[in-house]
Design a protein around this ligand. Structure first.
Ligand code: PA5
Length: 437
């Protein structure tokens, strides 16, 4: 499956000096003795997920596929990014696969919300509203509008049959609404936090509706669970990646750019950014996760990467076998002078661009790690997802932070609630308004 190549990472240190600390982090994670240990349910999840719920999920997904043009996935952060990343990576960005999956509930933008509601007006629609807490404002407000839309379009009874809620098993406003309205529900396990939840019903239902084989996804994750439980830096690429990130960070490389040469990886990059950003960025520490799609972004960020502040390192996801290829024919006239590219596959050009860029950037002082992915399919994706989740948890422990909480996210919410006059926040409203004047 996936492999890590570190020959362009400039690391002279003997990484084996990290083995003891990595062993301690591994034990903390597996024995549930580390920070945030109530949220490590995802570690064993590929083996012990609820098979009955999984079977019910597959049948609900088949039902939605059979009757709908559109599945509206209403969620934010960990309650949508993983699903969107998987769907786009497997199906591509302009898929004709039905139903179309539309992501909603992740913004307050009135323009976006209005445009989407207009777009789905005459289509057959199903809804999957996803929120672990059941109270996230972006999702709850969008769902209020969507629920009204569905009830106006189908009537209350039929709307209830078309709405599926994925949430906590017992708590939260969404659970209360779902029970009251009689929606089909799926559970987000207590011990799996939002950004580690893509392999639960949170991701699995939308991914199954998109036509992907979720059994293969779970099989890939199970393979990763087994392979990446070996606590040996020589044998475990995931732990090696986490340790190397830490070494680079200590050398002043405070920004990681996740790079892919496939535009369909764009949302995987977004998922990676949330996973690592929320997990590591705290206590005034952490590597800032950023992303790029090359060669596209070489024409925007390439200059900075090559010659700007030397605070960067890159992790390149090298997809060995493209999902599709094109043959470039020779043109006898050769007016564009491009015959030197002809009589070969387009993927070769992409590959040479990658190789040339890795060499240029490393020569420019940007260490590169390369994650080699044999091909894009559900099994490889399941492996990749688990790889990043585990690397992130281990990385967080190496940094001595809790990789499973996100206390900083509350600050904007408190101010927003005060400015909007939410009951309980009134006393801060005046002071905040004064600061805005
Ligand atoms: O990783 C996390 O916990 C967060 O990003 C959440 O996924 C996000 O805030 C959405 O929360 P919820 O699912 O409770 O609506």
């Amino acid at each position: 499956m996936m492999k890590l190549d570190t020959k362009h990472a400039f690391l002279k240190e003997d990484i084996s000096s990290y083995q003891d600390i990595v062993t301690k982090c591994h034990e903390d994670l597996h024995n549930k003795t580390g920070k945030g240990n109530d949220y490590v349910g995802w570690v064993e999840w590929p083996n012990n997920y609820d098979k009955e719920e999984y079977a019910r999920l597959k049948s609900v997904a088949a039902d939605i596929r059979g009757k709908c043009d559109v599945l509206m996935v209403c969620g934010i952060g960990g309650s949508y990014l993983g699903a969107r990343a998987a769907v786009e990576m497997i199906n591509g960005m302009y898929s004709k696969e039905k139903p179309e999956i539309i992501f909603f509930g992740n913004t307050f933008s009135s323009t976006y919300i209005a445009q989407v509601l207009e777009y789905i007006k005459d289509k057959e629609v199903a809804v999957n509203v996803i929120s672990k807490s059941g109270t996230t404002t972006e999702t709850a407000l969008a769902f209020r509008l969507l629920k009204q839309f569905m009830e106006d379009k189908y009537g209350k009874e039929e709307a209830a049959k078309r709405i599926v809620a994925t949430t906590d098993k017992a708590r939260g406003t969404l659970k209360t609404i779902a029970d009251k309205e009689g929606y089909e529900t799926f559970v987000i396990p207590d011990d799996v936090g939002g950004r580690y939840s893509v392999l639960t019903a949170v991701g699995l239902l939308p991914i199954a509706v998109s036509g992907s084989d979720i059994q293969k996804l779970m099989d890939g994750a199970a393979k990763a669970r087994e392979a990446l439980a070996v606590c040996d830096l020589e044998k475990n690429d995931c732990y090696r990646y986490a340790a190397l990130r830490n070494i680079l960070y200590r050398k002043g490389k405070a920004i990681e750019i996740m790079v892919s040469y496939e535009p369909a990886f764009t949302m995987m990059n977004e998922w990676y950014k949330q996973l690592f950003g929320e997990s590591e960025g705290k206590d005034n520490k952490g590597i800032y996760p950023s992303s790029a799609i090359f060669s596209t972004d070489l024409h925007s960020m390439g200059q900075f990467i090559q010659e700007g502040s030397r605070i960067l390192f890159e992790t390149v996801v090298d997809i060995k076998k493209p999902q599709q290829d094109l043959y470039i024919e020779a043109d006898p006239a050769n007016f564009d002078g491009l015959n030197f590219l002809s009589q070969q596959n387009m993927s070769v050009v992409n590959q040479k661009a990658m190789q040339g860029t890795i060499l240029a950037h490393t020569q420019g002082g940007v260490p590169n790690m390369v994650l080699e992915l044999p091909e894009v399919n559900e099994e490889e994706l399941g492996y990749l997802i688990y790889f990043f989740e585990k690397a992130c948890a281990l990385s967080g422990y190496l940094l001595a932070v809790n990789p499973f909480n996100q206390p900083g996210v509350e600050s904007y919410k408190k101010n927003m609630f005060a400015l909007l006059g939410k009951p309980g926040y009134e006393d801060q409203k005046e002071a905040l308004e004064a600061q805005l004047r």
